[in-house]
Design a protein around this ligand. Sequence first.
Ligand code: NAD
Ligand code: SER
Length: 316
Amino acid sequence: MQKEKILVIGASGQIGVELTMALRKIYGNANVVASDLREQNPLLEGTGPYVSLDVMNKEMLHVQVIRQNITQVYLLAAILSATGEKNPGLAWNLNMQGLLNVLDIAREEKMHKVYWPSSIAVFGPTSPRQNCPQQTIIEPITVYGISKYAGEFWCNYFFQRFGVDVRSIRYPGLISYKSAPGGGTTDYAVEIFHDAMSDKSYECFLSEDTYLPMMYMPDAIRATIELMEAPADRIKVRTSYNVSGMSFSPKEIAAEIQKSIPDFKMSYKPDYRQHIADSWPQSIDDSVARSDWGWKEEFSLAAMSKDMLDNLRQQK
Ligand code: NAD
Ligand code: SER
């Protein structure tokens, strides 16, 4: 059997750094090529191959795939919800064309697998707010959500029509201590830990009772790898899977942090991101991912908060 050689596109981002390191543990450092528009990432430096690459440049991407004998791509390059609303045209171009470039090359080069993440941002104000199911009314209001929903159907199309084994998860907001988030509506749930450690205070851009689905990064990385390693006949959904970790409001995460930093103070100044957050479900039903490929989260709000604070203290 041909050895797997993996290209991670967008490897310097919030997910990319940790996913690249996790894939390197499984497949060997030399078999996981990290790539990004950014020249290098200090957290990845010295851990394996890194190339500077623009996913929009299809020719150069194709050259890299052939030159490096790539058999799997993890495509993480995207513009997220909040940044996307500032430049909708740019977000649409990158989020759509980047995906189409990868899917086309995957088909042509008969790649073994492709991973591309979608988001809870596909859901909109007409979707159920609680335990939002896998299949439901989906009418996103952000350019990011529109691009993710369209992307899900491109993935399904390339699987049905050309047999490209592309797999996807609708991530909730992701919380991590290694890499900073890149312009999403859920970024407050990472910033709050850093500000709690440095200033013992945080001004939140969402209101105190804004519940959103969230997940700790170790769970997200494990979900991604479990999905990608599942036998193909277990993958029944070829658009994108709902997965759930936890659900909380700014007030609840502040209270959790106060258990460890009692004089931590939270204030609220909602901005344009409130409108985006209000359009998303508060919690997600992921029963289909659970029954198809055995997904189960490990981290609760309390366990995640403790681990975040322990690790940030160690980093100081
Ligand atoms: P990020 O913004 O942290 O990282 C994206 C990376 O892509 C950056 O390092 C950036 O330099 C790179 N990039 C941008 N344009 C590029 C281009 N033209 N060519 C190559 N690289 C380019 O994003 P992330 O949070 O790591 O998200 C990764 C994926 O997961 C995205 O598709 C995102 O929509 C999805 N997702 C993330 C979250 C989350 O909470 N982080 C939630 C749901 C879905
Ligand atoms: N965390 C992401 C965002 O807020 C969800 O896709 O954009």
